[in-house]
Design a protein around this ligand. Structure first.
Ligand code: HEC
Length: 224
């Protein structure tokens, strides 16, 4: 007799002895199904599939989010050499413009036209657009005495002269480049090492330059 599918009532009324019951339990225990079999493999497959998904997503994320950086650099685009050069030059002109506004415009005016009879114009001046050594020397040491700019005399009174402007070689290169290209001027860019050599060549000069001195140092600049 088997106990399978039998109610307690039926077992009791079947007249089974205790030993029969024990034997029957042992038999049932032996044929008992492994409860986990069948659904053990399904979660394993899910774990594997999800693992793969997370792995693939991570790679994708790493590619699209700058290696997980929370604050990626603003510029992640590679600039071509030409673009880098344009940026460099724009920064230089911007810096030069600021230096001009702070250190020169009070006398030579923002429009570079100066003030008639007092401050000479930088727009269209040979002192600016010819040899860059001239304007560099003027910034380094200042200028005094009579000069002629665009047919007009300046520096006729000793009280009106220009003192040396205390800025470093890089700043001079920036402001000189700016002035040489501002308004109607179209002269070449000037570099820091050129300023440095003008500075060392003029180290003996203690006083402000005079217009005559500069004209004899740069004769070809004033020839036409
Ligand atoms: C305080 C007023 C003043 C400031 C500031 C000043 N200058 Fe001058 N600058 C003068 C005067 C005045 C002369 C003429 C001096 C003379 O004739 O003796 C002059 C002459 C010049 C000249 C030669 C003449 C010409 O017009 O081309 C240049 C170039 C020049 N300055 C550039 C500059 C630059 C660049 C700066 C700023 C970094 C500057 N100056 C700042 C007053 C000033």
């Amino acid at each position: 007799m088997s106990l399978e599918n039998k109610s307690n009532e039926e077992i009791r009324s079947s007249g089974m002895k205790d030993t029969d019951l024990v034997e029957e339990h042992v038999r049932l225990n032996e044929i008992k199904h492994e409860p986990t079999s069948g659904f053990l493999h399904t979660p394993l497959i899910f774990v594997f599939v999800f693992g793969c998904l997370i792995f693939i997503c991570s790679i994708q994320l790493a590619h699209t989010t700058n290696d997980f950086q929370l604050h990626p650099p603003l510029e992640i685009v590679e600039l071509s050499p030409e673009e880098q050069e344009t940026r460099r030059f724009e920064r230089k002109i911007k810096s030069g413009g600021k230096i001009f506004a702070a250190r020169c415009a009070s006398c030579h005016q923002a429009n570079g036209l100066g003030i008639a009879g007092q401050y000479p114009p930088l727009d269209g001046s040979k002192w600016v657009t010819s040899d860059p050594g001239i304007i560099t020397n003027i910034i380094l040491k200042g200028l005094k005495g009579e000069i002629v700019v665009k047919g007009q005399k300046y520096g006729t009174s000793a009280a009106v002269n220009m003192a040396a402007v205390q800025i470093d070689d890089r700043e001079i290169a920036n402001v000189v480049t700016y002035v040489r290209q501002a308004w109607g001027n179209e002269a070449s860019e000037v570099f820091e090492d050129e300023i440095s050599s003008v500075r060392s060549a003029s180290s003996d000069q203690q006083e402000q330059w005079t217009g005559d001195q500069l004209q004899s140092m740069f004769p070809s600049a004033f020839s036409n």
